[in-house]
Design a protein around this ligand. Structure first.
Ligand code: G16
Length: 541
């Protein structure tokens, strides 16, 4: 089929995310899928190769899956493993790619972004290691999209994706697989399921909010069926194409129902949630929210309590804006810590090389070497394992952790959907002022360093520049500014604020209060109010 290049097909932090209405434009999806295939095609083509396909079930998932199957057939793939109903959570897709030795996979998701006809859609390619395409590969996809003149699609009726098993599509085999089986088996191999069954049999109460997104079937199969948690443990467990009209983002704003329950008089022992495609996690104990950065540190410090990590961990990786809490754990364990740009794709090389076992990000992502994606249900299972072995509450574990390591007070302020030109101006202005900042005073403290984060991958030597502006104060406190790479409208400015507190008497302050001087300084340093017209952030986590 002849086509013409379509502008703007540049993958962001995690694949190409646009409005559903963009993807519905003539040739749009086909152009990008062909660009993926052109960018990743080996010299000898796709003959004999297996592709994995699935998505988070959002609006347009089913139509997109049918087109991709026909394009995979016309491009010469031997086989596609597709989740029943075109469903696969992001970590499950990573698991399936690895377990079946696939060439790679296409995941249909815009993650935590809202769905429905007016919502967002997305598409990402994961490589043979199960991880998101690295930057060089996404650049090649973008380049291919800019010179595309034709795409290949088989003329054929839609494949029935409701029935498990193989179907022929031209010369290719479409194998419809259970979206959950491989993933559940992997989890059972990492964790002590009998011990977790005993935890629930002893009356432990979990509430898991699947937010009407993809994790409902996985959570029911694992928590309620395999581990014997009572029915109703999983709330909002039926995946819906529009996520029930909600925003499937497991943060304190969008998971407010769960938060209210966990802060209430009859709170369960653990509250957790995951996002649209099942890779993020939210952890709330009875009366206490655990920030993603703290959760990473606490999971790393206690990972040895689960069978898969009983021999210890080789290292920890975190994205640059994630707090330094995990660094203190790494130091205590005597293992290295790596600071990468935002984006799970940057962890892949470190995991493949065995340099790290556990990774995490402030954006509600934690995971390990078991797959090459962050994994929401995995994080809940590791928390459950720790709670079972330690016999303490989430609150006790957090307090002991802070007492041992000190506390990295941390918050993220998001200014969503601001004018893109204003956001670019704000970042450019601040970037230009960075060299003059060291030695200046911010929030009553001296600025030690100020730079634009750049990452040199220690495994393949690739370099990624302009990954966030950092202002580091003499006491180690930090303010970081960056623009989100996952939005679909305007720009989102993220401001990350962190301050380390070693004083045992000051470990239980309200976070926004503990950070108030730095928050005010962050606002004025970047002139946020004047340049964006916003008097306050839209989301605070
Ligand atoms: C994606 C990436 C994460 C990243 C997050 C936020 O997550 O996989 O690595 O931290 O976006 O990115 P940004 O700050 O650029 O919006 P997800 O869950 O959306 O795929």
């Amino acid at each position: 089929m002849l086509t013409q290049p379509i502008s703007g097909m540049k993958p962001g932090t995690s694949g190409l995310r646009k409005k559903v209405t963009d993807f519905q434009r003539p040739h749009y999806l086909a152009n990008f899928v062909q660009s993926i295939f052109n960018a990743v095609r080996p010299a000898d083509g796709f003959a004999g190769k297996t592709l994995v396909l699935g998505g988070d079930g959002r609006f347009f998932n089913a139509e997109a899956a049918q087109l991709i199957l026909k394009m995979a057939a016309a491009n010469g793939f031997a086989r596609v493993l597709v989740g029943q109903g075109a469903i696969l959570s992001t970590p499950a897709a990573s698991c399936v790619i690895r377990r079946h030795g696939a060439f790679g996979g296409i995941i249909l998701s815009a993650s935590h972004n809202p769905g429905g006809p007016e919502g967002d859609f997305g598409i990402k390619f994961n490589a043979a290691n199960g991880g998101p395409a690295p930057e060089a590969m996404t650049e090649a996809m973008y380049a291919a999209s800019q010179t595309l003149t034709e795409y290949h699609v088989l003329e054929a009726p839609d494949v029935d994706l409701t029935r498990l098993g193989p179907t022929a599509l031209g010369a290719m085999t479409v194998e419809v697989i259970s979206p959950v089986d491989d993933y559940v088996a992997l989890m059972a191999s990492l964790f002590d399921f009998p011990a977790l069954r005993a935890l629930f049999a002893g009356g432990f109460r979990l509430r898991f909010d699947a937010m009407h997104a993809v994790t409902g079937p996985y959570a029911r199969a694992i928590f309620e069926e395999a581990l014997g948690a009572p029915a109703g443990t999983v709330m909002n467990g039926t995946p819906l194409p529009d996520f029930g009209g909600h925003h499937p983002d497991p943060n304190l704003v969008h998971a407010h129902e769960l938060l209210a329950l966990m802060m209430g008089p009859d709170a369960p022992d653990l509250g957790a949630a995951s996002d649209g495609d099942g890779d993020r996690n939210l952890i709330i104990g009875r009366g206490i929210f655990i920030s993603p950065s703290d959760s990473l540190a606490m999971l790393a410090a206690n990972a040895h309590l689960a069978p898969a990590y009983a021999q210890g961990i080789s290292g920890i990786a975190r994205s640059m804006p994630t707090s330094g809490a995990a660094d203190r754990v790494a130091a205590a364990l005597g293992v290295p810590v790596y600071e990468t740009p935002t984006g799970w794709k940057f962890f892949g090389n470190l995991l493949d090389a065995g340099r790290v076992t556990i990774c995490g990000e402030e954006s509600a992502g934690t995971g390990s070497h078991h797959v090459r994606e962050k994994d929401g249900i995995w994080a809940v299972l590791l928390w459950l394992s720790i709670l079972a072995r330690r016999g303490q509450s989430v609150q006790q574990i957090a307090q002991e952790h802070w007492f041992t390591y000190g506390r990295n007070y941390y918050t993220r302020h998001d200014y969503e959907e601001i004018d893109a030109a204003a956001a670019a101006q704000l970042m450019a202005g601040l970037r230009a002022r960075l060299p003059a900042l060291p030695g200046a005073t911010v929030a009553g403290r001296l600025v030690a360093t100020a730079d634009d984060f750049s990452y040199l991958d220690p495994v393949d030597g690739s370099q990624s520049k302009q990954q966030g502006l950092r202002v580091v104060l003499a006491d180690g406190s930090r303010i970081v500014y960056r623009l989100s790479g996952t939005g679909t409208a305007g720009a989102t400015l993220r401001v990350y604020i962190e301050q380390y507190e070693p004083d045992a008497a000051r470990l239980d302050l309200p976070v926004q209060e503990a950070l108030a001087p730095l928050i005010a300084a962050a606002e004025s340093l970047a002139d946020i109010r004047a340049l964006t017209g916003r008097t306050e952030p839209s989301v605070i986590t």
